[in-house]
Design a protein around this ligand. Structure first.
Ligand SMILES: O=C[C@H](O)[C@H](O)[C@H](O)COP(=O)(O)O
Length: 224
């Protein structure tokens, strides 16, 4: 329960950054869901914003919260993108994609002026990698990608949803990798993105400007 309180506190703190007229990137996951709820309350009280969603699930929540939505291309550039993370380290590097939304999330982050991450205190780690790194792969290539990455000591696991394979919003697969033994994350990212069929990785190494972490009943803010 306290983890949920921390998520909610971080989300509420992040929403304080939002002003009328802004275009907001709406992240995915349980922490982002608190932010969407909070934005919905502010909109009911007169806040005028537009949202760009990062997943089908977020789109559904945003519609329920009555947040006016526009397509990414209509927005061109997002003013503030608020999203969760599965892990963050002291260099503001992230692992994302625990919920499978990493591809659209990375696209929204790339097209945003300011990226704010909201998280509970369990997400803060000295070094990324306890959480398995999700990568999004094209189904046609996935078997060969798994064979290759197994040889590169990344212990690839094809993600399942119950008895079925997990399918992303872009109709791809997710493969989870064990990156604990890898210290040069930029090099790892470059290596992975060179393999045809890997569409994107859940490593967000340079995009984050601000992290708001729930700590007990308060929050801590880390700025770049
Ligand atoms: O694919 C999911 C996203 O990257 C989420 O932002 C991430 O998994 C964190 O989710 P949560 O806030 O539920 O821990």
């Amino acid at each position: 329960m306290s983890q949920e309180n921390e998520k909610r506190s971080a989300a509420i703190e992040a929403v304080k950054l939002i002003r009328s007229g802004m275009t907001i990137g709406l992240g995915s996951g349980s922490t982002a869901a608190y932010m969407i709820q909070e934005l919905g309350k502010k909109i009911a009280n007169g806040l005028k914003i537009r949202g760009v969603t990062s997943s089908k699930n977020t789109e559904k929540l945003a519609i329920e919260a009555r947040i006016p939505l526009i397509a990414l291309h209509e927005a061109k550039i997002v003013d503030i993108n608020i999203d969760g993370a599965d892990e963050f380290d002291p260099y503001m590097q992230l692992i994302k994609g625990g919920g499978g939304a990493l591809l659209r999330e990375k696209i929204v982050a790339y097209n945003s002026k300011c990226n704010v991450v909201i998280a509970d205190s369990t997400k803060e780690v000295p070094r990324l990698g306890k959480f398995k790194l999700p990568i999004e792969t094209i189904p046609f290539a996935t078997g060969n990608i798994i064979d290759l990455l197994a040889k590169e000591r990344l212990k690839p696991q094809l993600r399942k949803a119950g008895n079925d394979l997990y399918i992303t919003d872009e109709n791809n697969y997710i493969v989870d990798l064990d990156i604990l033994g890898f210290t040069n994350l930029a090099q790892l990212e470059e290596r992975l993105l060179k393999i045809p069929g890997i569409v994107e990785t859940g490593l967000f190494l340079e995009t984050t400007h601000k992290i708001i972490v729930g700590h007990g009943s308060s929050t801590k803010t880390i700025d770049r």
